[in-house]
Design a protein around this ligand. Structure first.
Ligand code: MRU
Length: 348
């Protein structure tokens, strides 16, 4: 059971967006309130809210904040101003397609509005729908993915694709919560996920809170565990899935997929249909976010590398479709993903 809200709209049309501040976890559980588009942009950029579905839902509410700033304008000027703010929000992070998907949907809703009096109400209604749909998609991913967690098995996951990364119970973690609900006994190994430790700080926190048997490992331990037959399956989330099934997810996911293949361990990706980008053919067209060198050279305000050292810090990598055993979505499971199978299920 989710015991916290990743993000919540507080109040009516003139309300604000409350976010669990994921930068502070696990040492502090606090919330921040975004009352302007700029505050939300910064919250997304600095990972106060993170995870592909969660940033999509947050950005949808960001459009409601943008609408609050257009009160004395004519409808056409208000629409122009909101469209500019949508472009601004879209520039916060480049990889997770859910951000662009949600903003596009809000833009379409905006284009349908005919009366200035309806503007704020219609946009808030649409953002709340996106929020509620995300909750439902997570629970269906859980139901569809639960069968891949066998009794007494051990699952490995990377980064955080849990409740914190969505409005609901998560993507990769949703099958685990469902298996727990069904009384299955299993354990989960969590990669710490350098450089920002989403696995250690967020996934380990979520699983421990829920009472699932969880063990934290450093990223470089996964191969050794697989070799010792300690891992029965890998389940990860996704930030963007190309039409052919190539999948961008947190840096390190690709290496895990190669290790899984070498050790004959099934490798599952769990993601809602909003994470598919059918406009791009393969993973090579997915933009990969490059983040600050400071994330690698410093940790908890202490230097972990010599000053001035050259640093490469891509936030995501791409796992080729052929390394993926199946993609678990809210609409069903795509075994050995191909362009044809993906189109058939996702366009349903
Ligand atoms: O940089 P982050 O923390 O936003 O990266 C998140 C991930 O890579 C997740 O695995 C992905 O967004 C799936 S979340 C359901």
């Amino acid at each position: 059971m989710k015991t916290f809200k990743t993000l919540e709209w507080i109040g009516d049309v003139d309300g604000c967006l409350e976010l669990t501040d994921q930068r502070k976890l696990p040492s502090e559980f606090t919330a921040i309130r975004c009352r302007t588009v700029e505050q939300l942009y910064n919250a997304i950029k600095t990972l106060a809210v993170r995870g592909a579905p969660a940033i999509g839902v947050a950005a949808a509410f960001g459009v409601c904040l943008a609408a609050q700033e257009t009160k004395n304008l004519e409808l056409s000027d208000a629409k122009k101003q909101i469209e500019n703010q949508i472009d601004y929000l879209a520039s916060s992070r480049p990889t997770a397609v859910n951000l662009f998907w949600a903003l596009e949907r809000m833009k379409n809703k905006l284009s349908e509005i005919e009366e200035i009096a309806d503007l704020q109400k219609s946009l808030l209604h649409e953002a709340l729908k996106i929020h509620d749909e995300d909750i439902r998609m997570c629970s269906n991913i859980g139901i569809n993915g639960e069968k891949f967690i066998s009794e007494h098995s051990a699952i490995l996951t990377h980064c955080n694709a849990g409740a914190l990364a969505t409005a609901g119970t998560g993507t990769a973690l949703a099958p685990m919560f469902e298996a727990q609900k069904n009384g299955k006994n299993f354990k989960v190994y969590v990669d710490e996920t350098r450089p920002l430790m989403q696995g250690a700080r967020l996934t380990a926190w979520e699983l421990k809170q829920s009472g699932i048997d969880v063990t934290l490992i450093c990223d470089n331990m996964a191969g050794s565990l697989m070799k010792d037959k300690k891992i029965d399956a890998v389940i990860v989330g996704a930030d963007r899935i190309a039409s052919n099934g190539d999948t961008a997810n947190k840096i390190g996911t690709y290496s895990l997929s190669v290790l899984a293949k070498a050790h004959d361990v099934p490798f599952y990706v769990a993601a809602p249909s909003t994470t598919f980008d059918l406009k791009i053919q393969t993973g090579s067209a997915i933009p990969i976010e490059q983040r600050s060198p400071d994330e690698v050279s410093n940790f908890m305000d202490a230097a972990t590398a010599p000053e001035g050292i050259k640093i490469y810090n891509p936030a995501f990598d791409v796992t080729p479709a052929e390394n993926i055993t199946a993609i678990i979505t809210e609409k069903g499971v795509i075994e050995c993903p191909t362009k044809e199978k993906i189109e058939k299920l996702i366009k349903l």
